[in-house]
Design a protein around this ligand. Structure first.
Ligand code: SAH
Ligand code: SF4
Ligand code: F3S
Length: 473
């Protein structure tokens, strides 16, 4: 818990910045600066937390004198930030790592490092050490700040290092190189104490620990001054933010304080665990104008028996109670959730209970996953594995039902004028932009690229299950 979490400033802890400066000085001595500076490339898998971590890795790489490149073949520092949430995520990470072998063959001075949740598991770090000889080092999720040391050693000595430190402190003051100017991640806490029986996260991200409110508010102010129009607070369970901290602020208070900062911006947050969703939080979301009217509340299953075996610590009845309160406070709120299909022992009746929950809640969108056993978690030892064909068939039924509900939910916006943050130019059509607002899905509309990063008013004209279309007003 918070009590024994060490919070340190990067500068004071072991001289990581000195290592970064040494690498930079070495590049400068060899005139590898400006356009000639060696490139870095980061491949990120997994959740928003990993994206936020990668922005810090990028900040450190730039501090060392590397410059961002878009093609791994041009990079002399390649980092893969991995995820372990499902088998598929690990397979993807290994496949990316495999692709970089030829970069090392063509450019022997390329440093390759692998970080993140996958390699914070001993068996995975060992596997990389044995079977991927061109990987220089792994670093666990608590060791981002050690990157300059690891790179310096790899450059100077060509040594290989596959350590898992088990140190999960909070290091403040890491440089950040953000990928989007207008949309910013703001981690408020790290780790998880919930030990849902299927989930690897508590084993690879350590115990729950919250950043100091002061540090978060300072960072939020800097982000806003730097042009952020949308800030997303991140944590595995943001609802328990501040648990055990001395100044004992909570997520609701924290969000209200951020909303009170000057500037035209919107605030998002994820993820909320239903067992800790307080009335105070629901009220803050309903009342604060700057908080986006979208609540992501993962339910996982509609069956109380499955929820108990998942160790989720709530029943479907309790969950529906939260949804009811939220809708009473904020009738138009967009609701989304996560569902796991095929958890060990899930019967047809259990699955029907999930479908029934979907019909009752009427989510705007769901993220659904087929259960994937994770080594070391209690569920991986449970009996009653659901055959793959059964899981797939249930998954398809879930999707069919939800698509119908999503389309109907999206239809409520047709004819409405909405305020959106123009996020990006469409990949398929340079005259089209996508924007995000209170709806769960992005809105597509015709507009000039110069609008990206600003708020626009759009009238919604049509929709499908997966998107909405509109016209600039
Ligand atoms: N901390 C967040 C998100 C965790 S990961 C939360 O509690 O909601 C995101 C989602 O991945 C989870 O909500 C869950 O639906 C899914 N997930 C986690 N472990 C899984 C596993 N072993 N197999 C399939 N899906 C899983
Ligand atoms: Fe995993 Fe549960 Fe923690 Fe979310 S709350 S990260 S699902 S253990
Ligand atoms: Fe994956 Fe780690 Fe996030 S396991 S989902 S990257 S916390």
């Amino acid at each position: 818990m918070q009590d024994n979490t060490k919070i340190t400033e990067m500068e004071t802890e072991g001289g990581e910045l000195d290592a970064a400066r040494a690498v930079r000085a070495d590049f400068a001595a060899r005139s590898l600066v400006g356009d000639k500076a060696p490139g870095y490339y980061i491949q990120t898998l997994g959740c928003q937390q990993n994206e936020a971590d990668s922005e810090r890795l990028a900040g450190l790489a730039e501090l060392m004198g590397y410059r961002r490149v878009c093609d791994p073949n041009d990079a002399r520092l390649i980092l893969v930030n991995t995820c372990a949430i499902r088998e598929h995520a690990e397979a993807r990470a290994l496949s990316f790592i495999g692709e970089y072998k030829h970069v090392r063959e063509e450019h022997p001075d390329t440093v390759i490092g692998v970080g993140g949740c996958m390699v914070t598991q001993r068996h995975r770090a060992d596997k990389l050490k044995m079977s991927y000889p061109y990987v220089n080092f792994t670093f666990d999720t608590g060791a981002l700040h050690k990157l300059p040391f690891l790179v310096k050693q790899a450059i100077e000595k060509g040594s290989r290092r596959f350590v898992i430190s088990d140190e999960y402190d909070i290091v403040e003051g890491l440089p950040v190189s953000r990928t989007s100017k207008h949309s910013a991640w703001l981690p408020i806490m790290y780790g998880c104490n919930n030990f849902c029986s299927y989930c690897i996260v508590p084993y690879v991200r350590g115990r729950e620990r919250s950043r100091r409110e002061e540090d978060i508010l300072n960072e939020a102010e800097l982000l806003i001054a730097d042009g952020a129009r949308e800030i997303t607070l991140l944590g595995q369970n943001v609802n328990s933010y501040g648990n055990g901290a001395e100044d004992s602020s909570n997520i609701a208070e924290l969000m209200r304080k951020i909303c009170a900062l000057d500037g035209d911006f919107r605030l998002r947050f994820m993820t909320s665990h239903p067992k800790d969703a307080s009335d105070e939080l629901l009220r803050a979301v309903a009342e604060e104008e700057k908080i986006v009217k979208h609540f992501h509340l993962p339910v996982q299953s509609g069956s109380d028996d499955v929820l108990r075996r998942m160790n989720r610590k709530y029943t479907s009845g309790h969950y529906l109670g939260i949804v009811e309160k939220l809708r009473a406070l904020c009738p138009d709120i967009s609701l989304t959730t996560d569902i796991i299909v095929g958890f060990p022992g899930e019967t047809e009746e259990d699955f029907e209970a999930t479908l029934e929950l979907l019909r009752r809640v009427r989510y705007d969108m769901i993220f659904s996953f087929i259960y994937s056993p994770r080594k070391g978690t209690p569920a991986a030892e449970m009996e009653g594995a659901v055959p793959a064909e059964v899981s797939k068939e249930r998954f398809a039924r879930l999707t069919t039902l939800q698509d119908e509900i999503s389309r109907e939910r999206n239809e409520r916006f047709i004819g409405r004028k909405v305020r959106l943050l123009a996020g990006e130019v469409s990949k398929n059509d340079s005259n089209m932009l996508t924007g995000r607002g209170d709806m769960a899905r992005p809105v597509h509309f015709a507009g000039d690229a110069s609008l990206v990063g600003s708020f626009v008013n759009v009238k919604i004209t049509s929709c499908g299950a997966y998107n909405l279309e509109g016209e600039l007003i």
